[in-house]
Ligand binder design. Structure first.
Ligand code: SAH
Length: 352
């Protein structure tokens, strides 16, 4: 198989442009990773050379559709993989003080969390490091047209980053070394794969760790996040504490609030207790569940979300309510790919 442009090393780029002076590679590298140029727009290269490069090292993501929310500060892209045609998503989120890109690490996901559209659709394949990096580059290119520079990357799109650890690590290194985003602005989000968290602790770059908790007792978490049966909460908390000790980075918990499932006083108490077992205490990100057709529950009401946050704060927990960015544009994991409102795209087991 042809390797993709963003999987190519400097040597691969040199090989794609034989008989060229050595400075060409540096020119291409900077155009790709610093200026976010499309290969056909690398105007410092002669046109024939641009075409040759694009032929030998093609891009991996084919643009399919995109949607922008009404405020214009969230853009969600849907791509198809050149290799295999599977859909993947990327989200660009603009805030006053930062611009964050949420990237996918797999086409589909094998973790089978029932409430998640990607989980419902099943697993297609791992992404390569270049396919992850290309999402960042293309989102950064779009941000540039809005006068913004991407500052943060969250590995929170489709897929489980720690089930595709090697590619995720290689993407992190490229994003850090070549695009120049510091490790403290990179966050890997996991469903809670303990061996993966242990591997993460040995990465050369200390990134932030987010854990998709959603329940603080095994009985409920087994239902919401099935991998919990293999990696139960107690062991997960130990792995998070070890990560904190070794890396001195933040650990946060993601909690999608589901109406009358995990938004009660009892849940808040259990979550607060669990947060305090981490040293320093974990930060909690609360977001109302984005409903998906395949899961018969609703997100908590805005009032309940507020109350739940207040209970946590009252118990001494650092909790932030996240805006449900782009419910109107299917921005929850896998929803754009599942084609729930935009151009129907069929894949995996999801026929919505
Ligand atoms: N597999 C990784 C990263 C991808 S999922 C992980 O589990 O962390 C990114 C986040 O979106 C997770 O916290 C996931 O639980 C959450 N999520 C998935 N579907 C959602 C939905 N319908 N509403 C709200 N959050 C959802």
């Amino acid at each position: 198989m042809t390797i993709g442009l963003y999987d190519a090393s400097r040597d691969d780029i040199a090989a794609a442009m034989p008989n060229q002076p050595a400075y060409r590679v540096k020119q291409v590298w900077e155009a790709l990773y610093q200026q976010f140029r499309a290969p056909t727009d690398i105007t410092s290269l002669p046109a024939a050379l641009r075409d040759e490069l694009a032929n030998v090292l093609p891009e991996s993501l084919v643009w399919k559709t995109e949607s922008t929310d009404e405020t214009g500060d969230t853009v969600k892209f849907l791509w198809h993989l050149r290799d295999g045609g599977h859909p993947i998503e990327t989200v660009l989120m603009l805030y006053p003080d930062r611009a964050t890109v949420c990237v996918s690490t797999q086409a589909g996901c094998a973790m089978a969390c029932g409430f998640c559209a990607t989980g419902q659709a099943g697993f297609n394949r791992h992404l390569t490091a270049g396919e992850i990096v290309e999402q960042v580059v293309k989102a950064a290119r779009r941000a540039q047209t809005m006068g913004r520079r991407v500052s943060n990357i969250v590995f929170m799109g489709m897929g489980e980053p720690l089930a595709n650890e090697a590619a995720t690590r290689a993407a992190v290194e490229r994003i850090h070394d070549d695009i120049g985003i510091s490790a403290r602005h990179l966050t890997v989000s996991t469903v809670g794969i303990i061996p993966g968290i242990r591997q993460l602790a040995a990465w050369p770059l200390p990134v932030n760790l987010a854990v998709s908790l959603h329940a603080a007792r095994d009985e409920l978490r087994n239902e919401l996040v099935p991998i919990n049966k293999r990696y139960p909460i107690d062991d997960l908390v130990s792995a998070c504490n070890d990560y904190l000790n070794e890396r001195r980075r933040r650990v946060s918990f993601e909690w999608a609030l589901i109406d009358r499932v995990n938004d009660t006083q009892r849940d808040a108490n259990e979550l607060a207790r669990l947060c305090k077992r981490l040293r320093p205490s974990a930060h909690v990100n609360l977001i109302p569940l984005n409903p998906t057709p395949g899961w018969p529950t609703r997100g908590s009401s805005p009032q309940r979300v507020r109350e739940f946050a207040d209970i946590l704060v009252g118990l001494g927990v650092n909790a932030t309510v996240r805006r449900n960015r782009g419910t109107d544009i299917d921005a929850a994991c896998g929803q754009l790919a599942a084609g729930q409102t935009i151009t129907p795209v069929r894949f995996g087991r999801n026929d919505n």
